[in-house]
Design a protein around this ligand. Structure first.
Ligand SMILES: Cc1cc2nc3c(=O)[nH]c(=O)nc-3n(C[C@H](O)[C@H](O)[C@H](O)COP(=O)(O)OP(=O)(O)OC[C@H]3O[C@@H](n4cnc5c(N)ncnc54)[C@H](O)[C@@H]3O)c2cc1C
Length: 303
């Protein structure tokens, strides 16, 4: 594929800042990943439409990312275009109704809501994703999740039409939404409905949860949060402990000694190290318990 030509044609469409051979380790919280042939910071929704129109017509592989906090890109080059919606990050408050664009960060959203005395987003005060990725994953913590506060989502479908989906139509479940069955659908923005609360109490809860995260999770290491989805019977970390993998290392990847459902990059891990360790843990748990641990982290650009 002639990415030089694709670069110039995207430039001509004026879709936003385009980077060539952009290393994905710069855009993922795991700090690993080979270069994407092109990386585009889309400037607005019309630009997103024209970029997608062109990429689909030319059959160019493409993928939207948010903050890259739930993905494991392989070490090899991504032969396609990565689309970032980081610049679509507007947040509008209207009473207890919030409209947030896909690129808005979940943490700033939680703190801004707290500031105006709206309660319901405290669970996401430590989730380092953006609204689009959060909705895709139905991100959650402390027995709550995006689905509890999201009224509707505007998406761009495979025909480049803007469609509004209600909460029910989003088919939210445990770390899932309808988007996972429709990789071409792109979240543009979402409407959230919160309750009115006491700003001081909301801030206190956010702070308490931040402290709890810092004491129980390896916050100072590159990672992507929980690696495995929790099986129905017990949390994934218990299985990891029961096969003795807490602290185990492959290359620069390690099952965190602090939280065994986190696999961290000790600073020199390759994506391969991380995936090898994920697969070893899965094998050990399968061998001992017959349980298949499914990954929560999304694997991108692997053979
Ligand atoms: C330290 C740490 C702690 C974490 N704690 C939690 C936690 O408590 N709870 C939790 O649920 N998660 C947690 N996570 C995981 C992660 O932050 C969430 O899953 C988050 O919602 C991912 O958002 P993102 O923007 O980073 O998505 P990305 O990782 O960039 O993308 C994830 C998926 O969403 C898709 N996507 C992204 N944007 C869009 C869009 N606009 N339209 C359509 N698809 C899109 C991507 O294509 C990809 O398939 C944690 C991660 C870290 C690093």
């Amino acid at each position: 594929m002639d990415f030089r030509n694709i670069y110039y044609r995207l430039q001509a469409l004026d879709v936003g800042l385009i980077l060539r051979d952009e290393p994905m380790y710069k855009h993922t919280t795991y700090k690993v990943g080979g270069a994407a042939r092109l990386f585009v910071y889309i400037k607005d929704i019309d630009s997103l439409k024209s970029a997608l129109n062109f990429l689909r017509q030319e059959n160019v592989p493409h993928m939207v990312i948010g903050k890259g906090s739930d993905v494991l890109f392989s070490d090899r080059e991504y032969e396609g275009v990565i689309i970032s919606l980081d610049h679509l990050n507007r947040i509008e408050f209207n009473g207890n109704v919030i409209v947030a664009q896909a690129g808005a960060g979940l943490i700033p959203l939680a703190y801004q809501s707290a500031k105006v005395g709206l309660t319901g987003m405290e669970f996401m005060g430590g989730i380092p994703g953006a609204v689009g990725g959060g909705i895709y994953m139905n991100a959650g913590a402390y027995n709550s999740s995006i689905s509890a506060i999201c009224q509707s989502v505007r998406i761009l479908n495979e025909h480049n039409e803007i469609v509004t989906l209600s909460n029910e139509e989003m088919q939210f479940g445990y770390r899932t939404s309808i988007l996972q069955a429709h990789p071409e659908w792109i979240v543009l923005d979402a409407v959230f409905i919160l309750d009115v609360g006491d700003p001081v109490a909301i801030h206190q809860l956010l702070d308490k949860r931040k402290e709890r995260r810092m004491s129980t999770q390896p916050w100072n290491f590159a990672c992507a949060g929980s690696v495995f989805r929790n099986p129905d019977d017990q949390p994934a970390w218990k299985y990891v402990d029961e096969v003795g993998m807490r602290g185990y290392e492959i290359g620069g990847a390690q099952v965190s000694p602090k939280h065994s459902n986190f696999i961290v990059n000790n600073g020199y891990a390759s994506a391969r190290d991380i995936l090898d360790l994920i697969e070893l843990v899965q094998f050990k748990v399968w061998e001992k318990f017959g349980v298949k641990l499914k990954t929560e982290v999304i694997l991108v650009n692997w053979e």
